[in-house]
Design a protein around this ligand. Structure first.
Ligand SMILES: *Cc1c(COP(=O)(O)O)cnc(C)c1O
Length: 731
């Protein structure tokens, strides 16, 4: 059996002159994407091509005029850049001087295997839908930076999520695009000769074969599972094609592939993880496969379970009961019958892993199972920790709610990916220190207060102007490629003005995020946006899940004012929110708005990205903002005591408009003779100072390492204690 010819990369590589012969190696490791000088290498080879390929060096190298490569190889300036980048790359890849090697060398006897349903690393690999994927991608990059040994396991979705367009009437249109494997930063997984490129899993009535792709993320190897192989029936070949399929049978099979084949792929590669980390419940069949492995060694069920627990970490991201994966026992039984019989345990015992008091009979909760099979579990913000302990108290009825063994580790964002280089450079110039080495040190960030207001504001305006140029560029391309009405082109933000106070709302369009809330009182909004002296602009962006009809309605509610002349082009809806747009937008606006329904945003990370760029967070105190807000680094909307959806909506919208009119707009337009808003700049600096060290992934990965990974591998230490399983008790 061999990998399908359509997906097997033909080794057609550009003829790169030997002097710069490692260009392809550099392009094949996404390390370049978070190193400015790495990006500069490709940018400077052929800027026009760099842009037109969407910043994809693999694509660029396949298409570049060989003459450009020859001329680069003879250009002293380029060679100097190239040599210094390759030196830095080699140093980073050795990991010798990184934090983990310095502080914890030898404490893990294998890598952390990090399983996640999506990974957002770079735009050239669109295998993510939103925040969960961004968090996983940032986790890989940071692990590489810190020298933490980690391998990722995910899914190859050649159809990815979808590209979004919005019709003149405001309806989302979903466009599927097939990833061109030849131009993506992936390569066939280097399986040892003996095992070949396939692993398999037995389902109800068939064997499913899976191959894997390798993505290099600095020192971290990410393995992406793919069912598109000849050995599978046509219908199974597309199983891994799409992220989050709505079909329950397909979904079930995806979960099995991700969890079970994920473990098997690592085993075939000879990788022996010390810790197994399941990011969200989609990945938790990984634990079942390891249970099977342990029982295969002849251990009884309880002992096998103990071994799995002592090496397993689980992170839950879902504060709403409906968000967890609930499977039908009947379906589970069909697929797992042979598997469970092979374990030699009673099927009921297996089903009990996913049961809890109050769950409908015949249902199986993947999160409940994961909480039972993981010795250490965590939520992703302080509030989410409380919500999660309350929600899952049912699994530990003998404990008080506060003693439920689920801690919280608040998410963070990867600084070099999300903070504008220009801002880091200001801090570097003022201190002479390497920003990345000090990023989680609150002392270091005091330096921001000393930056000149004029210089700071100049940089901010530069980033803002760049964003507006990008939006115009996108609108121009959309107009040229697909045609669009004038109204649509205006709605894309072509007439935005860098002088005007600009607020962004960009994230998934779904009910609990309340994207339509701002549109509740259009007259009042119009007064705010159209004020002749102190106008306000708003930029909206975000996709709605194809099956989420109410999300699409919300999107339309926002789109219609954007295309309505009454709002004088002060409101924009930008299509196709993705990582690239996110990067530009979190640094290029003045205010970052977030209005989720309380207790429903597990953490939220986009506001952290904005705050690290001095873009002020304007949000209800949910998720991370309850920890991040200090009274002087942004604004908190509404009152945390209000209960009931309608009352909460009313109170929040009132507070939102009020803060805008009375505080935000006046502060922004309070300028000196040079046009610098000193009060605003003070707040922006305070945001960077207070938020960056606490919410960078550097802090987060260190916390995962020290609280979850180290010691997780030693059975019995700091374990979360015995748990109840429907009357049975597992120690
Ligand atoms: C950061 C990010 C998110 C998460 O945003 P939230 O506001 O936390 O939901 C989603 N999508 C993209 C592309 C991002 O970069």
């Amino acid at each position: 059996m061999h990998v399908d010819a359509t997906t097997n990369r033909t080794a057609e590589q550009p003829a790169v002159p030997p002097r710069i012969g490692r260009l392809y190696e550099l392009a094949s490791n996404l390390w370049w994407s978070w190193h400015e000088d790495g990006r500069q290498v490709f940018r400077s080879l052929d800027y026009a091509l760099w842009r037109s390929t969407g910043h994809n060096p693999i694509k660029q190298l396949r298409r570049i005029d060989p003459e450009k490569l020859r001329s680069a190889a003879a250009d002293l300036g380029f060679l100097e850049l190239y040599d210094s980048v390759m030196m830095r790359f080699d140093a980073d890849m050795s990991g010798e001087s990184a934090w983990f090697s310095q502080v914890h060398r030898g404490k893990l006897n294998g890598p952390v295997a990090y399983f996640s349903p999506e990974f957002a690393i770079h735009g050239s690999l669109p295998i993510y839908a939103g925040g969960l994927g961004v968090m996983a991608g940032d986790m890989c990059k940071e692990s590489s930076d810190l020298g933490l040994p980690l391998v990722g396991v995910g899914f190859m979705y050649p159809l990815g999520y979808f590209q979004q367009r919005v019709s003149a009437e405001g309806w989302q249109e979903e466009i599927g695009t097939q990833l061109n494997f030849l131009e993506a930063p992936i390569s066939p997984c280097p399986f040892p000769e003996a095992c070949g490129p396939l692993v398999s899993v037995e389902l109800a009535d068939k064997t499913l074969y899976v191959t894997s792709w390798l993505v290099r993320v600095g020192r971290v190897d990410l393995y992406l599972l793919d069912t598109n192989v000849e050995a599978n029936a046509p219908i199974d070949r597309t199983l891994s094609a799409r992220l989050y399929t709505a079909n329950p049978e397909e979904r079930m099979q995806q979960l099995i592939v991700l969890g079970i084949c994920g473990v098997r792929v690592l085993r075939s590669l000879g990788i022996s993880p010390a810790v197994w980390h399941a990011n969200e419940d989609h990945t938790s069949f990984m634990m079942v496969e390891r249970l099977r492995e342990e029982m295969g060694k002849g251990l009884p069920f309880e002992r096998a379970m103990q071994n799995v627990r002592s090496t397993t970490v689980f992170t839950t991201h879902t504060p709403v009961a409906a968000g967890h994966n609930i499977l039908a026992e009947e379906q589970l039984d069909r697929h797992f019958r042979r598997f469970v019989d092979g374990l030699g345990i009673d099927r009921q015992k297996f089903f009990d892993l996913g049961h809890y008091a109050g769950l409908e009979r015949g249902r199986f909760s993947l999160t409940a199972m994961a909480l039972r099979l993981a010795g250490r579990s965590n939520a992703v913000s302080r509030i989410h920790g409380q919500v999660t302990r309350k929600m899952w108290h049912v699994l530990w009825p003998q404990k008080t709610e506060t003693d439920v063994p689920i801690i919280h580790i608040t998410n963070g964002v990867h600084l070099p990916t999300w903070q504008a280089r220009e801002i880091a450079e200001l801090c570097h110039a003022s201190t002479g220190q390497e920003v990345l080495e000090r990023q989680d040190d609150p002392e270091f960030w005091r330096c921001v207060a000393d930056l000149s207001d004029e210089e700071f504001w100049r940089v901010h305006l530069l980033l803002k102007t760049r964003l507006i140029r990008l939006l115009q560029d996108r609108a121009q391309q959309r107009w040229a490629q697909t045609g669009a009405s004038t109204q649509q082109v205006m709605a894309m933000g072509t007439l935005l003005d860098p002088y005007v106070l600009t607020i962004a709302f960009a994230r998934r369009f779904t009910e609990y995020k309340r994207p339509g809330l701002v549109m509740r009182d259009l007259e009042r909004l119009k007064k705010i946006t159209n004020d002749p002296e102190r106008p306000v602009q708003m930029i909206f962006a975000g996709k709605s899940h194809p099956a989420d009809q109410s999300g699409k309605e919300l999107l339309r509610q926002v789109y219609l004012p954007a295309s309505d002349r009454q709002f004088q082009c002060r409101i924009a809806f930008v299509e196709d929110y993705d990582m690239h747009l996110a990067r530009e937008i979190v640094r290029g606006v003045d205010v970052w708005l977030n209005i989720p329904r309380r207790l429903q945003e597990a953490c939220g990370t986009s506001g952290m990205k904005a705050s690290m760029n001095g873009v002020l967070h304007f949000s209800v105190r949910d998720g991370w903002w309850d920890e991040g807000y200090n009274g002087a680094n942004g604004w908190a909307i509404g009152d945390t005591q209000v209960r009931g959806h309608e009352a909460e909506d009313r109170a929040d919208i009132e507070s939102l408009y009020d803060l805008l009119e009375k505080e935000i707009v006046p502060l922004y337009y309070d300028r000196d003779r040079q046009g610098v808003p000193h009060g605003w700049v003070r707040t922006a600096k305070e945001a960077i100072r207070s938020i960056t060290p606490a919410f960078c992934t550097c802090r987060m990965v260190k916390e995962y390492t020290e609280r979850m990974y180290l010691g997780a591998e030693k059975p019995g230490t700091k374990d979360s204690g015995p748990i109840e399983v429907s009357g049975g008790r597992y120690e």
